[in-house]
Design a protein around this ligand. Structure first.
Ligand SMILES: C[S@@+](CC[C@H](N)C(=O)[O-])C[C@H]1O[C@@H](n2cnc3c(N)ncnc32)[C@H](O)[C@@H]1O
Length: 382
């Protein structure tokens, strides 16, 4: 039996990864294509390990999800005259051929739909989509090296990148630092974290991840994606100004995961909202990663046992930092919370408690959703 990724039905782990991609695109696309004002005339979407388009029973893979989501904005693209460039890349020739056929078919079907109406230039037989689609057949690292200088020339352009590699090899320290130079780029990349944990002492692996067996806890193998995430986070330099967030995915006994990156608090908030919707206990896995067995429908007798330890640890840490004066404003609290993988609502619980204890001023506002636009003054009661 073939073990090729696309010749069988996607498993639950792949489905959740693709669902996160779909949900994030739903949040990302309107920011640049449907805002009241148009600030950017060019946007780019890349799927660097695109595969062939779907699984064995026709479930959409990442490139087709991108096309599916983008078509909701054809009207905006035309009316606002935004140039949208979509780039799919796939190394295997046979997969590229299938991908081209599937994309052509999807765009043809899209054009035939009633609602595409006057917003589809194909209707008037110009034979063009509202966006430009390029399908490449290259090794990722060669391709990325080749196009990076062009990207750097317009580094402020909005970009979204999906990097769904096999294994861990392609997202090196150098690639991460390059991504960080593209100041309006959000990305999601995949890693086979159990695999990395298992083979970390192998010389071949050390070329890609500078970790040792000791970095992985023996009694918490399910935390291996958190370890990989911390590793990538440790590679960031102050000038990178990048937020990263992990999401661990369990498939049978193996752990995989994605890592999201953005320069913007709003991007981070949107991504974390998706993750906390999937897992209300920790917001960073599709399973009970801390093995706490909390069932909200059958609460335990003592309230503290119903609050996941990850949330308790965060609340204590945040309280301490506010009381010590390390976090002095609404904006600082918000940025710190997001950088720790928590939402404004988690920070608000702490703010409310400190207000009720008179530790911070009653007038201090809880962390609002649009806090990324405001800067607030110091609030600690002197
Ligand atoms: C996990 S699959 C991607 C699946 C795809 N995102 C989807 O949803 O269908 C990884 C893909 O990367 C391709 N690939 C492997 N090595 C590559 C390389 N060096 N450069 C570009 N693509 C590569 C594989 O052929 C495979 O189709």
């Amino acid at each position: 039996m073939s073990t090729d990724f696309h010749s069988k039905e996607f498993d639950d782990g792949t489905r959740i990864k693709l669902e996160i991609l779909r949900e994030y695109l739903k949040q990302w696309l309107p920011v640049f294509l449907a805002g009241e004002k148009t600030y950017w005339k060019k946007i780019f979407i890349y799927d660097f390990f695109a595969g062939e388009g779907s699984d064995s029973i026709g479930n959409y893979g990442s490139p087709r999800i991108i096309l599916e989501q983008l078509k909701n904005y054809c009207r905006n693209i035309i009316e606002k005259r935004i140039e949208v460039k979509v780039v799919f890349n796939e190394f295997k020739k046979t997969k590229v051929q299938k991908l081209k056929t599937q994309c052509d078919q999807q765009l043809f079907n899209c054009m035939s739909e009633e609602e595409s109406g006057k917003y589809c230039p194909n209707k008037t037989e110009t034979n063009k989509c509202t966006f430009e689609l390029l399908i490449e057949n290259q090794d990722f690292n060669d391709f990325f090296e080749q196009i990076f200088p062009q990207m750097l020339r317009i580094k402020e352009a909005p970009r979204f990148m999906f990097l769904d590699q096999y294994g861990i090899r392609h997202i090196t320290e150098d690639v991460l630092h390059k991504l960080s130079q593209l100041e309006r780029t959000d990305f999601i990349f995949f890693t086979s974290s159990s695999f990395a944990r298992r083979f970390i002492e192998n010389e071949e692996f050390k070329k890609y991840l500078n970790l040792t067996r000791k970095d992985f806890s023996e009694d918490k193998p399910y935390h291996c994606h958190r370890v990989i995430f911390e590793y990538y986070k440790s590679l960031l330099r102050p000038q990178d100004n990048l937020f990263l967030a992990p999401f661990s995915i369990k498939k049978n006994s193996n752990i995989y995961g994605i890592i999201f990156g953005t320069h913007h608090t709003l991007g981070m908030e949107k991504f974390l909202n998706i993750c906390w919707k999937i897992n209300k206990m920790t917001g960073d896995a599709n399973f009970d990663i801390d093995d706490e067995r909390i069932n909200p429908n059958e609460p335990k007798l003592f309230e503290e046992f119903n609050i996941p330890s990850k949330i308790q640890l965060f609340e204590n840490d945040l309280k301490e930092r506010i009381q010590k004066g390390e976090l002095n404003s609404n904006t600082e609290i918000y940025r710190y919370s997001l950088d720790s993988g928590f939402l404004p609502k988690h920070a608000n619980n702490v703010i409310k408690e400190l207000k009720s204890q008179g530790i911070i001023q009653k007038t201090f506002k809880t962390v609002a959703q649009d806090v990324h636009k405001i800067a607030s003054p110091s609030f600690i009661n002197q």
